[in-house]
Design a protein around this ligand. Sequence first.
Ligand SMILES: Nc1nc2c(ncn2[C@@H]2O[C@H](COP(=O)(O)OP(=O)(O)OP(=O)(O)O)[C@@H](O)[C@H]2O)c(=O)[nH]1
Ligand SMILES: [Mg+2]
Ligand SMILES: [Zn+2]
Length: 369
Amino acid sequence: MSTSRTDTPTAHPLTGLGWNPRVEHAFDSLSHASGHALYPARVSSSRRGGALVRLPGEAHADYAPALTRAAREDPSTAPCAGDWVAVRRSGDTWLVEAVLERSTSLVRQGVAKDSHDQVLAANVDAVLVCEAADQGPNVGRLERFLSLAWACGATPVVAVTKSELAGDRLPEVLELVRTVAAGADVYGVSAHTGDGLAELAPRFLPGTSWVLLGTSGAGKSSLVNSLAGQSLMDTGEIRQDKRGRHTTTHRQLLELPGGALVLDIPGVRRIDVPGDPEGVDRTFADVGELAGRCRFRDCSHGSEPGCAITAAVDEGELDSERLARWNRLRREAEWNSARGDQRVRAERKQRWKAAEREARANARLKRGR
Ligand SMILES: Nc1nc2c(ncn2[C@@H]2O[C@H](COP(=O)(O)OP(=O)(O)OP(=O)(O)O)[C@@H](O)[C@H]2O)c(=O)[nH]1
Ligand SMILES: [Mg+2]
Ligand SMILES: [Zn+2]
């Protein structure tokens, strides 16, 4: 019996970079509508005005003028590590023509009134929240990072890093983190001793994309290196000098030998939860479940009769501090949602004004003035 070579389906050349039917569809629609010959590529890192893209070989690509203009108006539309883009040849160089729609994007919201959102990671399936075992852990920060991960549509997983530094306290630390991160799997890992890596590593399935989220010095890059089995990223002590504290200074997409893709990004100290209550609700599913048992649907969990939340606090089943953090993050999400709507309205108004100005100018031209 002979087997013909055509019987074996050949994988798409970008499969190793996470290429999937969704991306293929997005690319095909764009490519059909374009007058240029376009090629798909994935951004491994980006700088102002240009990016390193994988096609699957690596090349530098400048941004096409329309993309540059759009990015100037709203930086969150600029290519980010993890993005799928459509590129075309222009003489000897490549041009990024468009960014394909993102399946997920981990966004840091602009804090100032007129500031824009910053995309920390694009098209990730999972967020590995890294929290060092020797520094707390900081449960409020964990809840914040988890809310952000859930809200962006990715699955959060928690790595309690530097586990060997916790010594005998490790089980206690892991127990605390597991209570706070009830809906996520939690792993204690050490990049220095290799403890826990064998349990975490199988989570990185081939073709899945991950981002590591944690403060500077949490051990993200060290963990990436351990998972990769080689030194892909620089690691370092937390610096307090004028060059800043971060060892990793730009976002970088890397391939693990097992076929998963990881985005190593600079440490994030504090981040607002996005204006989408879903992320907070999932992080605090235990509190939400209690709220569902209150007698009144619009219970404010204050002094109403039949409040399941105050009862749980009184009985010591719910930590009052966790309740306070739930309230705080929910308020923040609501506030950010209102603010987002406000900004959309302001931007719309700006576009209208610009269109009006242009119409008036055209009318003047026509009248010959
Ligand atoms: N004891 C111990 N130290 C670790 C471990 N992992 C990382 N470190 C140390 O922690 C420091 C910070 O590690 P990095 O991997 O650079 O941290 P990072 O999270 O990538 O930091 P940024 O790039 O600044 O965001 C380095 O000095 C590492 O050697 C660990 O498992 N155990
Ligand atoms: Mg780093
Ligand atoms: Zn209640």
